[in-house]
Ligand binder design. Structure first.
Ligand code: ADE
Ligand code: ZN
Length: 335
């Protein structure tokens, strides 16, 4: 089963590039850029990753990101992530970054985008992995600041496929960003939003009212049967992140996770890694955790990849090409 899971062609749609910063790289960049971090060793960093909720994680995540300064740093970070993708047979990925986490420290957003997109280009050429970039707006900040950030991204319009919404959810509902998302849609971006990670189902309804193309997380939908039916009927994608939900105590134990229930109810769910360096694993480990705790058939495992591919922003012809890779895998497992 483990080898089969490794070989499954995977699509990742919920990955914060800042959340792939491994402690070793954090130390190296802290020294290179002369930015102090409050840890003495890699072991001490890992020990600190003991979160009790989303905010306790975000505090460390933003502090960690402070070591990222120039385009080379963003290139190295993104390239290291692509090497993990190769190991896990991730064939397409849609990567989040948080422009405000860097612009607030005086870092030119153009440098950030340049570093990340250089690695994306190299990954396509050398590893055969396609990717898109999504800029997330920090919801704990004001809508005005978000709109100014959106405007600062317009010169890089052709490098960004979508605008997202992340950070501290409770108290910062999607409706706070109604104008911003109207503007983003007018500019031709797809839109996505974290909703129903810690927030209740009303956050998901509000994100749907904004017209999002996908809901990031969305696991709190299961407390609202009308919402579950709606998500199923409309096949609105949920980009679910099992290890993240466990680390942040959204679910207490692996068996309580509702991903497989949602899949069997017929919702369009996929598996993603969110912030793999902080949550204990990349795509491979997330699939393993679910397979180990639930009696999934090969067809169900493959369906998770098919759902993710259908939910991606790839054009139809590229979806078709990647679908044949997934179908091939299914045929090999059956022969
Ligand atoms: N930023 C990075 N990871 C996040 C998460 N899981 N939820 C909200 N904002 C985030
Ligand atoms: Zn996330």
């Amino acid at each position: 089963m483990d080898t089969l899971l490794k070989q499954l062609p995977k699509i990742e749609l919920h990955l914060h590039i800042e959340g792939t910063l491994e402690p070793e790289m954090m130390f190296a960049l802290s020294q290179k850029n002369n930015i102090p971090i409050p840890y003495k060793s890699v072991e001490e960093v890992r020990k600190a990753y003991d979160f009790h909720n989303l905010q306790s994680f975000l505090d460390l995540y933003y502090a960690g990101a402070s070591v990222l300064v120039d385009r080379e740093d963003f290139f190295s970070l993104t390239w290291a992530y692509f090497l993990k993708c190769k190991e896990d047979n991730v064939i397409h990925t849609e990567i989040f970054f948080d422009p405000q986490t860097h612009s607030s420290r005086g870092i030119d957003v153009g440098e950030v985008i340049e570093g990340i997109t250089l690695a994306m280009k190299k990954a396509k050429e050398e590893l055969g992995i396609s990717s898109y970039l999504i800029a997330c707006i920090l919801r704990h900040l004001s809508e005005e600041e978000g709109i100014a950030t959106l405007q600062s991204l317009l010169p890089f319009r052709n490098k960004i496929i979508a605008i997202g919404l992340d950070s501290s959810e409770v108290g910062n509902p999607p409706s706070k960003f109604k104008r911003l998302f109207e503007l983003a849609k007018k500019e031709g971006f797809y839109i996505v939003a974290h909703a129903g990670e810690e927030g209740d189902s009303s956050y998901i309804w509000e994100a749907l009212e904004l017209g999002v193309n996908r809901i990031d997380h969305g696991v709190h939908c299961s407390e609202d049967s009308k919402l579950v039916q709606y998500l199923k009927d409309k096949q609105i994608p949920l980009t679910v992140c099992p290890l993240s939900n466990l680390k942040l105590k959204v679910f207490k134990t692996p068996k309580e996770h509702n991903l497989v229930w949602l899949l069997r109810e017929g919702l369009c769910v996929g598996i993603n890694s969110d912030d793999p360096s902080y949550f204990g694993g990349y795509m491979g480990e997330n699939f393993e955790m679910i397979a180990k705790n639930f009696d999934l058939s090969i067809d169900e495992i493959v369906k998770l990849s098919i759902n993710a591919l259908n939910s991606s922003f790839l054009p139809q012809n590229e979806k078709k090409t990647l679908m044949s890779k997934i179908e091939n895998f299914k045929n090999v497992t059956k022969s």
